[in-house]
Design a protein around this ligand. Structure first.
Ligand SMILES: NC(=O)c1ccc[n+]([C@@H]2O[C@H](COP(=O)([O-])OP(=O)(O)OC[C@H]3O[C@@H](n4cnc5c(N)ncnc54)[C@H](O)[C@@H]3O)[C@@H](O)[C@H]2O)c1
Ligand SMILES: N[C@H](C(=O)O)[C@H](O)COP(=O)(O)O
Length: 336
């Protein structure tokens, strides 16, 4: 049996990440789960939840084995759990959070693990600590020196990719350039082929403005930038590039039935629909990285931290999605 290694980062220590790690440990999984986190944090979470948890330190010599319920392999990252108050952010923990991500990157880029699956972090508190951080997507792009990557969220029956990610709304129109759209759509099409085995991807591209600009009367980005870029891409890519279409009607079932993904121009043009349809059963995947990186669809859940009610649905969905990506990758690279 082929076993893969999946490195999971536990995310913000004051959020629901530690609880989700402990709950995940109770379920079976054919692959090896390695958590990058503070051991004392996970032990405290398990005690609070009254769930069994045995931790073993993961090293390069660790044998490959399937997940054992109630057990986790751990890459320890130092943080004293007694300093963590659930639900309360602390700038002093930001460096720990980023350390877990750096360790994850190092393990993935060196091939020691087959994929990274990230738990939720709080972007605000990391920035308040003085460390610049827009999101995992941008962080791993920078760490791996990837010129451009694409954020895509997926749930049953819907994939939504974003042309811009964690950008203030005021900056979005200037960011939508022919170069950006060309990079994003090229990565999207290539990875729909390579990672999702879609031979001729169909991408529905949203306009930026209401009613896709209403023939230039409600904004000119469609006429000046989006339409000509899509026309060029149609000639260069083996894919159906549809649009730009008005975003308000782009998500109708009859339209979605004819495409493989929607490309939204900005975060809140695409993700509310995705999360309305599939919150708790969705995954966030970064396309264009030199390794597989996925994440949950939810944030740090500070309002429910320590209540024991965090749902692990998205983490389970993301784990299954990650396993599928790894299997397809291994098959296409001849290691299966
Ligand atoms: N993958 C990530 O790292 C990620 C993803 C999204 C948001 N965030 C960050 O999380 C922080 C908080 O964001 P937010 O408040 O907008 O979103 P959130 O997802 O943390 O919370 C939104 C609502 O959903 C509930 N919720 C979230 N996850 C849940 C779960 N697993 N089970 C049950 N209920 C759950 C919360 O209690 C809250 O009521 C922000 O800093 C944001 O940037 C991180
Ligand atoms: N945009 C994501 C969402 O709304 O679910 C979330 O902020 C996480 O993004 P990163 O994976 O880049 O941290």
């Amino acid at each position: 049996m082929d076993i893969s290694r999946i490195l999971i980062t536990a995310g913000e220590p004051a959020g629901i990440g530690p609880e989700i790690m402990v709950k995940m440990a109770q379920h079976s999984c054919a692959d090896q789960l390695i958590i990058c986190a503070s051991p004392s944090l996970l032990t405290a979470a398990a005690k609070k939840l009254q769930l069994p948890l045995e931790l073993s330190e993961f090293t390069p010599d660790t044998r490959l084995e399937s997940h054992r319920t109630g057990h986790l392999w751990i890459i320890p990252c130092e943080l004293d759990a007694t300093e963590v108050n659930p639900g309360q952010l602390n700038v002093a923990h930001a460096a720990y959070v980023l350390d877990t991500l750096k360790i994850a990157h190092e393990h993935a880029i060196s091939g020691q693990v087959d994929a990274i699956l990230t738990g939720p972090v709080h972007k605000g508190i990391i920035n308040e600590s003085g460390l610049s951080f827009s999101g995992h997507t941008e962080f791993f792009a920078e760490q791996s020196q990837s010129e451009k990557v694409v954020m895509m969220l997926a749930t049953e029956g819907l994939r939504v990719a974003l042309a811009t990610t964690h950008l203030s709304l005021r900056e979005v129109p200037d960011a939508i350039t022919p170069e950006l759209l060309t990079q994003i759509i090229t990565i999207l099409v290539e990875e729909l082929k390579s990672k999702f085995s879609i031979q001729h991807p169909r991408v529905l591209v949203c306009g930026l403005n209401p009613h896709a600009g209403e023939n230039g009367h409600l904004g000119t980005e469609e006429i000046r930038v989006i339409e000509p870029t899509l026309e060029t891409l149609r000639q260069n890519l083996n894919a159906d590039i549809i649009g730009p279409l008005p975003a308000d009607t782009a998500f109708q079932p009859n339209k979605l039935a004819e495409v493989d993904t929607v490309l939204a121009m900005y975060h809140d043009q695409g993700l509310p629909t995705l999360k309305y349809k599939g919150f708790g059963k969705a995954v966030n995947v970064t396309l264009g990285l030199p390794y597989i990186r996925t994440s949950v669809d939810h944030g740090t859940g500070l309002d429910i931290a320590d209540k024991g009610i965090a749902d692990i649905g998205s983490m389970q969905y993301a784990l299954q999605f990650t396993q599928d990506l790894i299997q397809r990758h291994k098959q296409s690279h001849g290691s299966l």
